[in-house]
Structures are given as structure tokens and as C-alpha cells.
Design a protein around this ligand. Structure first.
Ligand code: 1HE
Length: 270
């Protein structure tokens, strides 16, 4: 499969700052506003919402990445200069709606990070399920410096990745973290060489797409709920999800394939 052989997904209403395409059953969303370091304005938020609301049903994984030297400089700071408190709360809610569509998507979403992944850019990355960070990536929550507060979900999602204490320190002191440290701390699950993040993400997306869609759906939708449940409720949700997944005909076929020695074994290299 050639990742350069992407075909455009025709999405009327998508702004020029976003580009949607697909390679086989993997959808790709590219932030294409490098002149403004992919800073997210209202049209982009609406576009992200639209993209995740209208994904073709045969799509099995999504890869988000950014053009230019930076993944995303966060909120387009010109968006909030004239807003009153009520408009600002609605603005934040629009980000929450769009990013919830990423987090609650039917299929896994992988974000490829490089350069600045800051403010709303980190919020966008945190809404994805898997993050691949190129070595150039750096993370920050510079809202305090701008006199504002996070509004795209960072207060909820970033502590789940790197702890509440670390998130508060970043917000209070402007502390930044780099890619190497970031993979140890939990900002990303993968580290890639500069320029290699997209190919790495596509390789992960292909693996994901080779699994049963209901298995992937179970991971995305059961795991976060179980994590937020009391243990007894968690065990029970697990049993129900397990029963539903294993009764799917895709699962039956895969179980039989293993028993008949037609499926690969689990292997580990170094
Ligand atoms: C922008 C933005 C932006 C760049 N809004 N226009 N985010 C921030 O506080 C980060 C602000 N940006 C930066 O610190 C730097 O731009 C970068 C480290 C990301 C990149 O630096 P550099 O030297 O490559 O680019 P630059 O020269 O600073 O910026 C290039 C252009 O992009 C320039 O515009 P130009 O018209 O002068 O060419 C910048 O003004 C513009 N630009 N970042 C608007 N963010 C839902 S709440 C979320 C709250 C937040 O995200 S707060 C954090 C905002």
C-alpha cells in the first residue's frame, strides 16, 4: 500500500485549512495552515467536527497530522480578543464537541506530532487514542502566558496522560517537555525520527485496521468507562463487552483460523 496514493475525501464545507483523504480504509486529516503554525480558528473547529461526523462507515482508523514545521500552535489567538464571557464559553463548548467526536469515534484515531504541540494543539492530540511524536515535538500549555485558561479539554485529558501535578505545573510555570521525555511521561506512546511520524502512524493504522472492528470499538468505548467505574462495575462491563465481542461472526472466524493453524502466532522481536 502506498501512503502517497491517498485519494481526496470530498467534504463540502471543509475549510482550506484542513484536507481530508483516504488510503484504503484509513482516513487522513491534515492541518494545512502552516503559515499560522496550524493555529485553530472557528472554521477549523467546525471542519474537524464535520470530518468526524461524516466519516465513511468503512473507515477503520484515522490519522491526523499537520503541515509545516509544527503540528499545531493551539487556539488562533485572534478568536478570543472580542468575545464576552458567554461567547467564550460557547466557543470552548464548540471545541469540546469537536474533540469529543475524536475521542468517541467509532474507530481509533492516531495523531502524528512534530514541533509545537501546544495549548489547543496538545488538547487536539490528547483527544486522539494514540500519539506518535517525532523528535522535534515539544509540549506546552501557554494559556497562563496569554492570560486565559485551557478551553479545549486539557484540564480533563492531559492529567490522564501525565498526572494532575505535572499538568498544573505546566499551566502555572509554562514548563515545556520534549519528545524524548514525553514518551516516558505519557504524552505520546511512540517516538519517531523527524519526518518518519506519518509513515509510523500509517503502519499502526494498518495493524489496527486488520483487527475486528468490534474489538477496536470495545477497546475505545469500554476501556475509558471501566477506568472510571468501581471495580465491581468494571468487571461486569468487561464480561458483557467480552460476550458481545466474542459472539460476533468476525471473532468466530478468527478463533477458528487460529485453531486450524491458519492465523499468525504472537511473536516478539527484541
Ligand atoms: C499564531 C499562533 C496562534 C502562531 N494564534 N496566530 N498558543 C500559543 O500561545 C502559541 C503561540 N505561538 C508560538 O509560540 C509560536 O508561533 C510557535 C512556537 C508555535 C512557532 O514559532 P515560529 O517562530 O515558527 O512562528 P511565528 O513567527 O511565531 O508565527 C508565524 C505566524 O503564525 C505569525 O503570524 P504572521 O502573520 O506574523 O506571519 C504568528 O502570529 C502566527 N501564529 N501561533 C494566532 N496561536 C480552546 S482554548 C486553547 C487555548 C490555547 O491554545 S492558548 C495557546 C495559544
Amino acid at each position: 500500500m502506498d501512503d502517497n496514493a491517498a485519494t481526496a475525501i470530498d467534504l463540502p464545507g471543509l475549510p482550506d485549512s484542513l484536507q481530508a483523504s483516504r488510503v484504503d480504509n484509513i482516513a487522513i486529516l491534515r492541518l494545512t495552515r502552516p503559515g499560522k503554525r496550524n493555529a485553530i480558528d472557528n472554521a477549523m473547529i467546525a471542519g474537524i467536527d464535520l470530518f468526524f461526523s461524516t466519516l465513511p462507515h468503512d473507515i477503520r482508523a484515522v490519522v491526523i497530522h499537520g503541515e509545516g514545521d509544527h503540528f499545531c500552535a493551539g487556539l488562533d489567538l485572534s478568536s478570543l480578543t472580542e468575545t464576552d464571557a458567554y461567547e467564550a464559553v460557547l466557543h470552548s463548548r464548540a471545541w469540546h464537541r469537536a474533540f469529543a467526536k475524536i475521542e468517541k469515534a467509532e474507530m481509533p484515531v492516531i495523531a502524528v506530532l512534530h514541533g509545537a504541540t501546544v495549548g489547543g494543539g496538545l488538547e487536539l492530540a490528547a483527544a486522539a487514542h494514540i500519539r506518535v511524536a517525532e523528535r522535534s515535538t515539544f509540549y506546552a500549555l501557554p494559556e497562563g502566558q496569554r492570560g486565559i485558561f485551557v478551553g479545549g479539554g486539557a484540564s480533563v485529558r492531559v492529567p490522564k496522560l501525565v498526572t494532575l501535578a505535572r499538568t498544573m505545573d505546566m499551566m502555572l510555570t509554562g514548563r515545556t517537555y520534549g519528545a524524548q521525555e514525553g514518551v516516558t511521561l505519557g504524552f505520546s506512546q511512540y517516538l519517531a525520527e523527524n519526518g518518519a511520524g506519518f509513515a509510523h502512524a500509517m503502519e499502526l493504522a494498518r495493524k489496527i485496521a486488520s483487527h475486528a472492528p468490534l474489538s477496536n470499538f470495545s477497546v475505545l468505548h469500554a476501556m475509558p468507562r471501566i477506568a472510571e467505574s468501581q471495580d465491581e462495575a468494571g468487571f461486569f462491563i468487561e464480561s458483557l463487552m467480552s460476550a458481545v465481542a466474542s459472539s460476533d461472526k468476525d471473532a468466530k472466524g478468527r478463533l477458528r483460523a487460529f485453531l486450524e493453524k491458519r492465523a499468525p502466532k504472537v511473536t516478539h522481536s527484541g
